[in-house]
Design a protein around this ligand. Structure first.
Ligand code: HQG
Length: 185
């Protein structure tokens, strides 16, 4: 059993390694982003405060995620979304929910209205399944975030934009043009 702020700390480090800089932590990802759990655990042991992290606690954390950021298959682990590193594209793109949401800052909204939703540093634009998740995402940058409704159904059908399911709450997409966006607050 590990306590809440230790869980957050481990989750953030896992995200950083698996999404952005595996090589810096001597973790090898395959083309789809999977890493061997034992290698990853060894790497986490290099952090001063994680030298005693047990595999069972790591697995427990992953199985009980409140927001699904990682998946496990056999002895491998992968981040479900958020990557800045390039991975092999999943070819199974699927129709998205009719409406998705994106939470952002007041600082970004003018540019988004003009240029659309861009993927910025990441491999995909990140969209939320519901308004609550979009608010939580936007709050990382703005205490009172702007919420955008995305007409994902039309963007997929008419705009031929590809969508991928990242996790239970997060969808990934290519750039979304302004005509499919509506600010709702
Ligand atoms: C903004 C977290 C100006 C965009 C979250 C966002 C998510 C533009 C920022 C996941 C723009 C990029 C991803 C444009 C987009 N002009 N700004 N044309 N287009 N932007 O962090 O979606 O908790 O790369 O609005 O909850 O904020 O770490 O993307 O503000 O699910 O698991 O550029 O990361 O997940 O920021 O967040 P990010 P995001 P975790």
């Amino acid at each position: 059993m590990i306590i809440e702020n230790r869980i957050t700390k481990i989750s953030k480090r896992l995200s950083y390694i698996l999404r952005h800089e595996p090589q810096r932590y001597k973790v090898t990802l395959d083309k789809e982003g999977w890493a061997d759990i034992d290698y990853l655990l060894n790497s986490l042991h290099n952090f001063k405060d994680l030298t005693d992290l047990k595999k069972e606690d790591l697995l427990d954390l992953i199985l009980n995620q409140e927001k699904v950021r990682f998946v496990i298959k056999k002895n491998k682990i992968k981040a479900t979304y958020g990557h800045t590193i390039e991975l092999k594209r999943n070819t199974s793109t699927i129709p998205p929910p009719d409406i998705l949401y994106h939470g952002t800052s007041h600082k970004s909204i003018e540019s988004i209205i003009i240029n659309g939703l861009l993927r910025m540093q990441r491999q995909f634009v990140h969209l939320s399944i519901d308004i609550h998740t979009a608010i939580e995402t936007g709050k990382r940058r703005d205490g009172n975030p702007v919420i955008i409704e995305v007409d994902s159904k039309t963007a997929y059908k008419e705009g031929r934009i590809l969508f991928y399911k990242g996790s239970d709450k997060v969808w990934l997409s290519e750039i979304i043009l302004p005509k499919y966006l509506k600010v709702i607050n």
